[in-house]
Design a protein around this ligand. Structure first.
Ligand code: SF4
Length: 677
């Protein structure tokens, strides 16, 4: 009998059916509405996660002196973890221990991890890699709307708009089943606009493509709003009835003439005018941002600038229009709602809100005053590891930090400076390889749990196959650590039980799961928290109005100069996912290794041809990869995919002040043909 479940990878959480008890076989689940049976090649090849020889099935402990690994019993491994935690906290207090989670963990795991940190460990030092995914959009959504839900409407609404503006999204390559909505939109006469420094497969489906200098999307939004005001295209009735702050925003965009936009963004003034005219003449406009716009030290303000465009046109809350963010990681949305973020408690509540603390503490059966306050954000937490003021022990779940952190060489050194690094994983990832203790855990089809996809739709991944003997679930590991530390709080290991507790803890919060059950999810094909479409009649601020906030163009933290003369940007390729820890081990997915995409003009200056080795350097590190000479990228920009060790040795750790998002998407770099001096 087939089990209905969801893909192990991205935020679309495509439905699929699995058969077989040892290695699953993937087949289509046509009735699931998000993908209607379609999968990308990663989804079709997902069964390749099983049956490989690299799967870890025994806890491992590393001898630091020799670097040798030894298989140990679960009891021995957990004793060592507990002893290391006690030692760190004896030396540095509760915050001597840190927890680092992931946006791919189920809601149940994210919740249990936050509870482990706040209750059993008593540490404020918890954050997760989702901070690097869409925290800028989350921060902007909360500031503008009072609520952050990636898409406040079903993805299929894309087909109903008249103009879809994709800012920094390559969805045709990163989530291909979603691209059918673009095709249907165009088939009924709608238009697609793509804004991206690279002409991607998504741009191939667009009617208008703008290729700005990386890190200048904010200036483009200011310029568009300037032109919309000049054209009388803003919806003054909507602005008066549903927003605050418009007068200040209107004044702030006055200096953003198209010629100024051209100087900043590199987009010709005529093209800026063309896009503004398209927006002004369309009854429904939808703006969607993704990592290209968000992973900047100005990411939150950049998203706000685009939200201002959507609000000024009167689009937000209108069906087939508005603003949304395309989340990246599988549980990018739910992962940030249930307490593994440094500043939040379950239900997307602020950890410094006394009412939220009292409510959650009541569910957990602890004194609200015993709960720690907000901790460090992901990068700041890692950067503090092993320092006098930082943690000296860390527990990592669902994250391959060595590959995915910005300024990765420095971060790796910080992890190596810890007294104890514990990693829960299924394979010996690059981060597990530098750990002291590695705990082998179940994954995906071996376990049950909920994920919240990019639409805010809570879906259920169901256990389909038998896990190998020797592994435990993350929930069991969390409960075992809590027990060894003498916690009196209850840590359930049954996912449905954890989900019910999560529902109680989230009740009354912005992301309230209290009425969602596994049975409802099964019966309804997923359940939207907060309802299918948000903001139709009011926003989540006390006055019900959206806040239009004035934002200024600041530019990237690092811009090209004589030493580092080109922009470097990073991103994904179709066949790989995130740090590649899973997909690089799937035989049916091509792994060509990292490459450097550059324009023929730049390649010509360097004497480089496709396939030749090129060294890329920034102020933080160096990597060597093969060149790919393409005409689809700006001549002043190079692109490196981040699925392999290397790209993030180059990236900049400058942080957005509002979201603490690092500037993954742009820094200054120099190139040299290898072997030519
Ligand atoms: Fe769908 Fe994303 Fe999985 Fe591809 S990786 S099948 S787009 S959920």
């Amino acid at each position: 009998m087939a089990t209905e479940t969801h893909c192990p990878y991205c935020s679309l959480q495509c439905g699929m059916r699995l058969t077989g008890r040892r290695v699953p076989e993937v087949s289509a689940w046509e009735e699931f509405p998000v993908n209607a049976g379609a999968l990308c090649r990663k989804g079709w090849a997902a069964a390749g996660l099983y049956g490989g020889r690299e799967r870890l099935t025994s806890p491992l402990v590393r001898d630091r002196a020799t670097g040798e690994w030894a298989a140990v019993s679960w009891d021995d491994a957990l004793d060592r973890v507990a002893a290391g935690i006690r030692a760190a906290q004896a030396e540095k207090g509760p915050d001597g221990v840190a927890v680092f989670g992931g946006g791919g963990l189920t809601n149940e795991k994210a919740y249990a991890l936050g509870k482990l940190a706040r209750v059993a460990l008593g540490t404020s030092q918890i954050d997760y890699n989702g901070r690097w995914c869409m925290s800028s959009a989350a921060s902007a959504g909360i500031r503008a709307f009072g609520l952050d839900r990636g898409l406040p409407f079903p993805l299929a609404d894309v087909e109903e708009t008249d103009v879809l503006v994709l800012v920094g999204s390559n969805l045709a390559e990163t989530m291909p089943p979603a691209a059918r909505h673009l095709d249907r939109l165009r088939a009924r006469g709608g238009r697609v606009v793509v804004i991206d420094p690279r002409r991607t497969p998504t741009a191939d489906r667009a009617d208008l493509v703008l290729q700005p200098v990386p890190g200048t999307d904010l200036a483009l939004a200011l310029g568009l709003l300037h032109l919309l005001v000049a054209a009388g295209a803003v919806d003054e009735d909507y602005l008066a009835a549903r927003t605050t702050g418009w007068a200040q925003v209107k004044e702030s965009v006055a200096p953003w003439w198209p010629e100024r936009v051209e100087r900043v963004t590199g987009i010709e003034a005529a093209q800026v005018r063309e896009l503004a005219a398209v927006l002004a003449g369309s009854p429904r406009v939808m703006v969607l941002t993704a990592r290209g716009a968000e992973q900047h030290s100005t990411g939150s303000d950049t998203v706000l600038a685009w939200i201002n465009v959507a609000l000024a046109l009167g689009m937000v809350g209108t069906r087939g229009a508005g603003y949304g963010c395309l989340t990246g990681q599988g549980n990018g949305q739910g992962g940030r709602e249930h307490g593994q973020k440094a500043d939040q408690l379950p239900g997307y509540r602020r950890i410094d809100d006394p009412a939220a603390r009292a409510h959650v503490a009541g569910v957990w059966g602890v004194d609200p005053d015993s709960l720690p306050g907000p901790g460090r954000s992901a990068y700041e937490l890692l950067d503090a590891c092993g320092t006098d003021d930082g943690p000296s022990a860390m527990l990592v779940l669902g994250s391959n930090i060595v590959v995915s952190a910005p300024n990765a060489t420095q971060v790796t050194a910080r992890l190596e400076a810890l007294d104890l690094l514990v990693v829960c994983d299924v394979v010996m990832s690059e981060t597990a390889a530098i750990a002291d203790v590695v705990l082998p855990v179940t994954q995906w089809a071996e376990e049950t749990g909920t994920m919240t996809n990019l639409e805010g739709r809570v879906v259920l991944r169901q256990e389909a196959i038998t896990p190998p003997s020797g592994v435990r679930s993350d929930l069991e590991v969390i409960a075992a650590i809590a027990e060894r530390l003498g916690s009196t709080a209850t840590f359930a290991t049954d996912p449905e039980e954890v989900f019910a507790e999560l529902g109680r803890a989230s009740a009354g919060g912005p992301a309230d799961y209290s009425t969602i059950t596994y049975d409802r999810i099964r019966e309804e094909g997923g359940v939207f928290w907060g309802g299918e479409r948000l903001f139709a009649s009011s926003f989540n601020h006390p006055d019900g109005r959206a806040r239009m906030l004035t934002v200024e163009h600041r530019g990237a933290a690092e811009v090209p100069d004589d030493d580092y003369p080109v922009h470097l940007t990073t991103g994904r390729v179709l066949a790989q996912y995130q740090s590649g820890a899973q997909t690089r081990r799937v035989r049916d997915l091509p792994d060509d290794g990292p490459f450097v995409e550059l324009h023929p003009l730049l390649a010509g200056r360097l004497g480089l041809a496709t396939g030749e080795a090129v060294q890329v350097s920034t102020r933080r590190g160096t990597m060597t990869a093969s060149a790919r000479v393409v005409t689809t990228i700006r001549p002043d920009t190079v692109f490196v995919p981040f699925h392999w060790v290397g790209a993030n040795r180059l990236t900049n750790d400058a942080l957005d002040p509002a979201s603490r998002m690092p500037e993954f998407k742009v820094c200054a770099a120099r190139l040299a043909a290898v072997g030519r001096g």
